[in-house]
Design a protein around this ligand. Structure first.
Ligand code: SOE
Length: 381
């Protein structure tokens, strides 16, 4: 693994936990953790259960005891690490968004296609797909329970930047993160919307906004990659704080998307509502064990949204966890991601979301930025 902050800790947990709750065809070993600061990476490795450390990710590519490289670094490093890893015959799991530009993502997708021909596979970490309620939502759409999808309403609402004094982090530096709320959280909504509906976004019209252009450099926000610097001064925010766009999907559905870190009071409200000709569904990650479903085929007298408690053994993934009603959390999506990745590698097939799927998300992100920056209105994806 490369990187050991919020996502590194989360992925480490997933690699440790997956084989303890799921019967995996291959056994993951946490071999080497890479990070530039020798002391810090050693401390992280001890805490997170890694056997060895390196201070340069290139060493991972060269080591014979590494079969897979998990990339948990900011987006500006994804392409270089992923391509080197795949060319060296290492499977790759790469955090989202896939890259900081369509050009990088295209090169990564080409490397992944070439590697797949040699039995080496790559996956992008859109982990929310593996939240059981969202996987169930996909299942209901596939079963035709919604009929033809007409509307998608996707919001990803956080508030950790509402305070203008919240410190700079790499997530606010375009050279590191590629974009702001759009790529960090909007990308999740795009992936989830396309995954659940099975439809692809074909065009967008967008608005991006930055509310706070300068922030203190000092102070650390635990878990979200605060700069940690304590040297005073301020830094420029070079990304969007909020993104809003409307979208067309192949097949005629239309959607509205909103991603913001300024929705005061909303901590991790990743919401998705889909309306079809036969039914509707609604999800909010702040209530992640539930899925709302409206079955439009039952008589109006008794019709109404029902709340499915997605913890039954028959629901996706849940049978491997606790008795019904005991609930899962944020970390379980990452554990399920490991389960599905390991299974795909063992089966010799490309896991989903593949780099090609993640490239399509990247194209949507790009179209949103184009639409917003040029005031040119509609942008085809
Ligand atoms: C920060 O906005 C963040 O940690 C994202 O980077 C993650 O992808 C999301 O799952 C939670 O919020």
């Amino acid at each position: 693994m490369v990187g050991y902050a919020f996502m590194g800790a989360m992925h480490s947990h997933a690699w440790r936990t997956a084989p303890r709750f799921f019967d995996l065809p291959l056994h993951p070993e946490l071999a080497v953790l890479a990070g530039r600061d020798a002391t810090a990476v050693k401390a992280a490795a001890d805490t997170m259960g890694w056997q060895d450390t390196e201070t340069d990710w290139r060493s991972l590519v060269e080591r014979d005891d590494v079969d897979l490289i998990d990339i948990c670094t900011p987006g500006d490093t994804h392409a270089e690490i992923a391509i080197a890893a795949l060319e060296a015959g290492k499977h790759v799991l790469c955090e989202k968004p896939l890259a900081n530009s369509v050009q990088e993502a295209e090169r990564m997708a080409v490397a992944a296609r070439d590697a797949a021909e040699k039995g080496v596979f790559a996956m992008c970490g859109f982990s929310y797909r593996r939240t059981p309620a969202l996987t169930l939502a996909r299942r209901l759409v596939e079963q035709g329970r919604l009929g033809t999808v007409r509307h998608v309403r996707a919001q990803y609402l956080q508030d950790w930047l509402s305070d203008a004094k919240a410190p700079m982090t790499w997530r606010l530096d375009r050279t590191k993160s590629g974009s702001g709320a759009l790529g960090d959280i909007g990308a999740h909504s795009i992936d989830a919307a396309q995954y659940v509906t099975g439809l692809e976004i074909s065009g967008v019209s967008a608005l991006l906004n930055t509310f706070v252009h300068e922030r203190p450099l000092s102070g650390t926000r635990v878990g979200l990659g605060g700069s940690g610097a304590d040297d005073g001064g301020t830094g420029q925010v070079t990304v969007d704080d909020a993104a809003i766009f409307s979208a067309r999907f192949d097949g005629g559905a239309i959607g509205v998307f909103e991603a913001t870190r300024f929705a005061l009071g909303r901590k991790n409200s990743m919401r998705l509502e889909v309306n079809g000709t036969l039914g509707s569904l609604a999800f909010d990650f702040e209530n992640m064990n539930s899925l709302e479903f409206y079955d439009g085929t039952v008589p109006a007298e008794t019709a109404g949204f029902s709340t499915i408690n997605v913890t039954e053994p028959d629901h996706p993934y849940t049978g491997n966890w606790w008795p019904a009603g005991h609930g899962l959390g944020y970390e379980h999506g990452f554990t399920h991601q490991v389960v599905d990745l390991v299974q795909a590698i063992a089966d010799g097939r490309t896991p989903s979301p593949s780099f090609d799927e993640a490239l399509r998300v990247q194209r949507v992100l790009h179209a949103v930025e184009q639409s917003a920056s040029s005031d040119s209105g509609w942008q085809h994806v």
